[in-house]
Structures are given as structure tokens and as C-alpha cells.
Design a protein around this ligand. Sequence first.
Ligand code: C2E
Ligand code: MG
Ligand code: MG
Ligand code: MG
Length: 279
Amino acid sequence: KAKMQGKGKYLFYNPSMHEGIIERLKIESHLQNALTKNEFMLYFQPQYDLRNSKITGFESLIRWNSPELGFIPPDKFIKIAEDNHFIIPLGKWVLEKSCEFIKKVHEMGYKDCIISVNISVVQILEDDFTDIVVDAVKNYGIDPSYIELEITESVLMESFEIIINKLNKLKNMGFKIALDDFGQGYSSLSYLQALPINTLKIDKSFIDLIDAKKRKRSITDYIVILGRRLGLSIVAEGVETQEQMNYLKKFKCNKIQGYYFSKPLPLEEALKIIDKNKG
Ligand code: C2E
Ligand code: MG
Ligand code: MG
Ligand code: MG
């Protein structure tokens, strides 16, 4: 059997395709109830200022441990949740839990710490997206400047004007906006100026290319130079080695996030790491 895929393209059946469909259906059927059954957890990965190794904030990252399916990484279910719009209630939950967490951090006396929250384009396109974000910070009594919304370049593919308008509105209220996974995919440098962003997150694939032995400057330097010229804060993602860290320091990247410093942590551990970093 052949399935139509786009204009005149045929995709022929093979067993791995079948497995993929079954897996997707399984995930989809369990996803709907996972929120009410409390199966999601939010983890928090610290971001560090490269000048003094102080924690400047955390990125919240969702985790799903399904009793039926086991651990499912977000890369496997976020896309499905976007397709069936389950990302709307899920994304709202992520925002609320993120606010709850950063509130706790501030109450511990660590006042200049922000939380970065991944936002899907499907969420932004909902009519009440701005209200949902504003309600979340109001409910927890948090200043918008402590919330950074992480968007990816995929937002640029759809309804450009609507999205830019919504992001501008949020930025004017004080929310921060970060462009995530920069360099992966459709990056166009001209978009960088059109987007109301504060922060550029360099994709891990570029960080992986940093090689201490090579004399050649990596593409990362140019991204840092460009970002700084646009007045943006630069975060390097997926930093795993000391060499990478030293290199990024030398080229004046602002912040780093990666296993070299810390993996994403459950709430209690994240609060502990903050306490240690404070002293
Ligand atoms: P992302 O936003 O680019 O998040 C960074 C990913 O890199 C995370 O994967 C993080 O655990 C991983 N990472 C961080 N440092 C290192 C490192 O040093 N080495 C390696 N190998 N990996 C590192 P994770 O948690 O599996 O999330 C994958 C993606 O799923 C995220 O990429 C984001 O696009 C999406 N995602 C996660 N949580 C949410 C959420 O709450 N909402 C939405 N819409 N998307 C989410
Ligand atoms: Mg992110
Ligand atoms: Mg990223
Ligand atoms: Mg990513």
C-alpha cells in the first residue's frame, strides 16, 4: 500500500513506519489523561553567568513518566501534543508550575533569578495566549521581568505578524523573550531584527563543534558577535566540557547552560543548588 504524501509523492509502507504509527497512537491515547493523573513533572536546569559562575536563572523542562509507557522524553510527545492541541492545557500547567517555582526561589532570598519557559507556536496562536501568561504571573504575584518565554524559529514560519504583535505586547509588559535553538533550521539573520527578543540561545549543535585543538574560530564566535551587536544576551546551550566553557568565556558569551554545570533537576534539588550557589 502506498500513502499520498504531499503533491505526487508516495511513501511506501515499511515495518518501521508501522511501529512509528503504533507508538504515536499509544502516546496520543495516554497523553489526554496524563495531566489529570498527575504524571508530568517539571525539571529545572540552571543557567550560569560566565563571569562569576552565579546562577542567573533556570529553564523549566517537562518530564513525563507514564505508568503504562515508561519514561517518554519531550522530543517524543511535544510534537504530538501540538498536533492535537493538548499543548494548550499542558503549556498552561507548565507556566503555572514555572511561576510557582520561581516564587519559591525568590522567597528563599535569591531575588535576581529568572525562569525560562518553553512556549510552542500553537500556544501563541491561541486567542487568549497573552491573558494566560498575564494571569499566571498575577496569580503568583510575580513581576513579568522574571519570566522569559522561549520560542523557536518555527514561530517565524506561521502567521508572522500576529506572533510578532503578541510578543511585542508581552515584551512591553516586561516579559523577556528568548530565541531558542538559534542556528538550527531556518534561521534568517534578518528575522533577528524583526523579532522582539532579549536573548539568543545558541543551539547545542554549534557548541558541539567547539574544539579546543583547532585554531580556527568556530561559527559560535560570529553568533556571539552578532548577538552582542544587537544588544542581546547570549546563552550557550548544551555545554558539556571545560574546553567549551573556556572558549565561550573568551569570546564573551554571557551565560551557559549544560551538563558541565548541571543537568535538569527536580524542584527540591534545584532549590538546594540555589542555596549552595548563593553563599
Ligand atoms: P530545548 O528547549 O532546547 O531544551 C534543551 C534540551 O537540551 C533539554 O532537553 C535539556 O535537557 C537538554 N540539555 C541541556 N544541557 C545539555 C547537555 O549538556 N547535553 C545534552 N546532551 N543535552 C542537554 P529535553 O529536556 O529532553 O527537552 C527537549 C526539548 O523538548 C526542549 O528543547 C524543548 O524544545 C522541548 N520541551 C521541553 N519541555 C517543554 C515544555 O515545557 N514546553 C514545550 N513547549 N516544549 C518543551
Ligand atoms: Mg528551551
Ligand atoms: Mg534549545
Ligand atoms: Mg531544542
